[in-house]
Design a protein around this ligand. Sequence first.
Ligand SMILES: Cc1cc2nc3c(=O)[nH]c(=O)nc-3n(C[C@H](O)[C@H](O)[C@H](O)COP(=O)(O)O)c2cc1C
Length: 507
Amino acid sequence: MAQTAAKYHEKTSYDRSSMGGHYLDWQNQPSVFKTYDGLKTISMSRGVPLPRKDFFSLYDDLPKSGIEHFAFDLELLSKMLLLTCTVTRKARHADGGFYFRSVASAGALYPTEIYLHSSGVKDLEDGLYHFSILEHSLVKLRDGDLSDALKRFMTACKTENCPLTFFLTAIFFRSAWKYRNRAYRYHLLDTGHVLANLELAVKALKLPFEITLDFDDRVVNQLLGLDENREVALAVCRLKGTPDSHRASEPKAIDDLPDKMKKASQVSPQEFQTPEIQAIHVAGYDIMPGNADLNMCDTLGVFAESRVAVPPTSKTVERLPYPEAVFRRRSSRNFIAETLPVSAMGALLGVIEPVDENGMDAYFQSICTGFLTNGVESFENGFYVMNEKATGVGFVKPGAFTKTMSHICLNQEWMANASLHFLFMTNMASLEKSWGPRGYRYAMMAAGILGERLYLAASALGLGCCGIGAFYDGEASRLLGLNAWSRVLYIVSLGIVKSMPGRDHLE
Ligand SMILES: Cc1cc2nc3c(=O)[nH]c(=O)nc-3n(C[C@H](O)[C@H](O)[C@H](O)COP(=O)(O)O)c2cc1C
């Protein structure tokens, strides 16, 4: 059974010559909304005033320290959750409705769930809650302030009171129903997508925060009342309040939640087991310190022949402000072969700059971002990596790669006309050496975060965007000329489209 990131990734690689295929069991299609029976529910208003901002400025705006006396209340929480993940459109199907969301998800299977702990939030009792995305409501799972307990197993918020702590989890079966063992990739990528929206929401609301992917897995899963074989915690985001004057008392043990609450992690009447996924996830329980000097782009075996200056982010290119860019985000596939202006390119590169000061820096180190160009003003068609961005992006080799890459992506030929294929890559050996199997979570969630940022930037710019998780892994590495240990983790295609889903092309 796969116990390392490299083995799991290899074992779940697609190969053109051995694509088995399997049928989809529609009788056991997983529910995309988690529900609990008979628990207290707190409704939140969707009609709350939201911060309307220049989308691209949000990435320059990082609140760093605790804000004293900031009013954390239910209305603020409602805003945060609306901006993080909400239903944006209902489509009617013969067998019922389908709800589109503000966040992209592989196969629209939405494995990610959101929980939160509140402590001293006005109009909300202290406790642990599950967020119902469909109802925009909170379901109470535990009573009382658990702050002392959280401090014991969280690296973040040791010295401040944390009025709100968000937990993101993934339900294995949702994506595994379709993607089988490869699904762990999507659990992590999809959760990265949700995390990017949460990160942006707290930035827009100017709240100081810290994100961590490091915590005691067993304790957090138990706290959330998860059935660990079916659903696991992947990320935590804590909002920092005032400095903590309160002396931590001996933390109380956290009781198990009743079995009927754990049962809510089951989302289909008959679920098959996912032992490969459980094995790689559990292999990542140990947390290693990492290697601060690692530069992933230096490890892939590709070298920049020359550099191209990064175009400045021009404020004039924005078409949709935040939060409309989030609410109107959708996947597009109808790319047309038109040149992407360099001003848009500058804006896109600006949002994926891997510098962050809210706890994510080390995780971004686990990947190298690159891109293939196909008609981008001032960029010769070819393969680029974003190494040493201060001195420009590195031009690795010229070539018309997007057509070949679209074949490699399981013949998704529509990708060929996209102006850009963003590539998130890692060297599996360096990843493993620095962080052990847990490094796989960092790399895939970092790729997911940057993928969602690109989706939102594209939405703001009136461009089309689509995440691509399906590709022949070996062929993708060979096309780029990566060394034997290096792999593409995720691709995001982006460019000018005929029209945007759900809205006219903004001119
Ligand atoms: C990790 C990930 C992988 C994806 N892979 C593909 C893909 O290979 N091909 C594709 O057409 N769409 C892909 N998508 C897009 C999803 O199909 C899309 O997000 C989902 O159907 C919901 O539609 P929406 O994005 O318009 O809301 C992917 C999305 C994500 C987040």
